[in-house]
Design a protein around this ligand. Structure first.
Ligand code: PLP
Length: 240
């Protein structure tokens, strides 16, 4: 049952945050990753007190957002394509995966055209995997000056997706690396980056021990998503 899974996870979040030496003043926030799951599952989560949902496709998210109460808060956790920025900006309260200076510039430009001040996290590829999206750690440092000059962007912190690990402990060094990079950036640029989005179903407790403020949990809350997709029965007339 959803309520049981949520209770189990909430207890683990609370315990991990109690033992973390890096916990922030603000409580760790759960982002319930609802991608592929239907609006009814999201509604059930909402009725159980979950209010923040993570989606990784703009079209799918938009269709769900239109079908759910406005008290849902939506975070974009995927790779944002340039041609989806205009649609995405008004829908999401936080964009977790801003992964290059080029996309940051595009977001800033479109935000200024549409009168918005988007909150974003910079996605960092801490393990240096060639195939993955994200800033290389030295790049986020060398490009921070330019990133900060983008007047519309509110850079709230950093996000990472570590490479698959055999055990949760295997991810710890990547979470440590993200936290340390955040500390370095704060010191070198005299800025505040309070949010660290790290940790998923398998490793969120380790992430919280290392200072996560946002954990993105899908499978452990909503169940397996292999082979699942969700599409609206009636296409939205608002879609273009
Ligand atoms: C799908 C996804 C998650 C959730 O993963 P689970 O292992 O199901 O908890 C978290 N973060 C991102 C970026 C994702 O795409």
């Amino acid at each position: 049952m959803f309520a049981d899974r949520l209770k189990f996870i909430s207890e683990k979040i609370r315990a991990a945050s109690a033992r973390s030496p890096f916990k922030s003043k603000q409580a760790v926030r759960l982002v319930a990753v609802s991608k592929t799951h239907p609006p009814e599952s999201i509604l059930e989560a909402l009725e159980n007190g979950v209010t923040v949902f993570g989606e990784n496709r703009v079209q799918e998210a938009k269709a769900k957002i239109l079908r759910l109460p406005t008290r849902c808060h939506w975070h974009f956790i995927g790779h944002l394509q340039k041609n989806k920025i205009r649609q995405a900006l008004p829908l999401f309260e936080l964009i977790h995966g801003v992964d290059s200076l080029a996309i940051a510039r595009d977001i800033d430009r479109i935000a200024s055209e549409t009168g918005l001040f988007p909150k974003i996290l910079l996605e960092v590829n801490v393990a240096g995997e060639q195939t993955k999206f994200g800033f290389a750690p030295e790049r986020v440092h060398s490009e921070m000056k330019e990133l900060r000059q983008l007047p519309r962007l509110q850079i709230e912190g950093l996000m990472t997706i570590p490479p698959p690990a055999a055990s949760p402990e295997g991810s710890r060094k990547h979470f440590v690396a993200l936290r340390k990079l955040r500390d370095t950036l704060e010191a070198d640029f005299a800025l505040s980056l309070p949010e660290l989005s790290m940790g998923m179903s398998e490793d969120f407790e380790v992430a919280i021990e290392e200072g996560a403020t946002l954990v993105r949990i899908g499978t452990a809350l909503f169940g397996d998503r292999s082979g699942k997709t969700w599409r609206p029965e009636e296409p939205d007339s608002l879609d273009d």
